[in-house]
Design a protein around this ligand. Structure first.
Ligand code: HEM
Length: 170
């Protein structure tokens, strides 16, 4: 495969990962904050109907973005694996591999929580509380992703001051 196609596939995987993050976080925020407020003054049976419909849409958003996040995440991990597995870094905080492990594990945990909220015909007990918790987890996952990227790019530029990544053989 030539460089152009490889570059395009990596770009698409990155784009999908970011779009799915937006859909997951935005969907959770909407379902948790906007829907309850919007239906607050309706009769209870109307509230249940709207909530059930919104839950059905939320379910599809969560499942499709979870599948694409995992697929693009695994692919991107493969692409950057040489940097994640390299030990040519200074302190532990500078190693992208540690940040990657934290990002991927909290990402999987947040996805499992989101998926479990959509399984079954009835919502779980205290769904809003769980969603709020998951929203915080998703924001943490995004922070860990940006830290992974920063550590990786910084490491690529300069592992030892004055020496490039290639010069160290990493
Ligand atoms: C399920 C397992 C996941 C894996 C294996 C995974 C893997 C990755 C990898 C390898 C990167 C690239 C980091 C770098 O530039 O060095 C990344 C970036 C990112 N991930 Fe994930 N991820 C997962 C889940 C998630 C989830 C659930 C979210 C949503 C909160 C998420 C949001 C992001 C974001 C926003 C980026 C930054 C994208 C960029 O700047 O290019 N990831 N992820």
């Amino acid at each position: 495969m030539n460089d152009f196609w490889w570059w395009t596939i990596v770009l698409i995987a990155r784009y999908l990962h970011i779009v799915c993050t937006t859909v997951l976080v935005g969907g959770t925020l909407f379902y948790e904050m906007v829907v309850p407020l919007a239906i607050d003054e309706l009769r209870q049976e109307q509230q249940l109907l709207i909530f059930a419909r919104a839950r059905w849409i939320f379910k599809w958003l969560v499942w499709s973005s979870a599948i694409l996040l995992i697929a693009s995440g695994i692919f991107t991990s493969y692409v950057h694996w040489p940097q994640y597995s390299s030990e040519n870094y200074g302190s532990a905080a500078e190693r992208p591999g540690w940040w990657w492990a934290a990002h991927a594990s909290t990402g999987i945990m947040a996805l499992l929580i989101a998926l479990s909220l959509t399984i079954g015909n009835t919502p779980p007990a205290r769904p809003i509380r769980w969603m709020r918790l998951n929203l915080i987890a998703l924001l943490l996952v995004i922070f860990l992703a940006t830290a992974t990227r920063q550590a990786r790019l910084q490491g690529e530029q300069q592992i030892v001051p004055g020496q490039t990544h290639n010069e160290t053989g990493g």
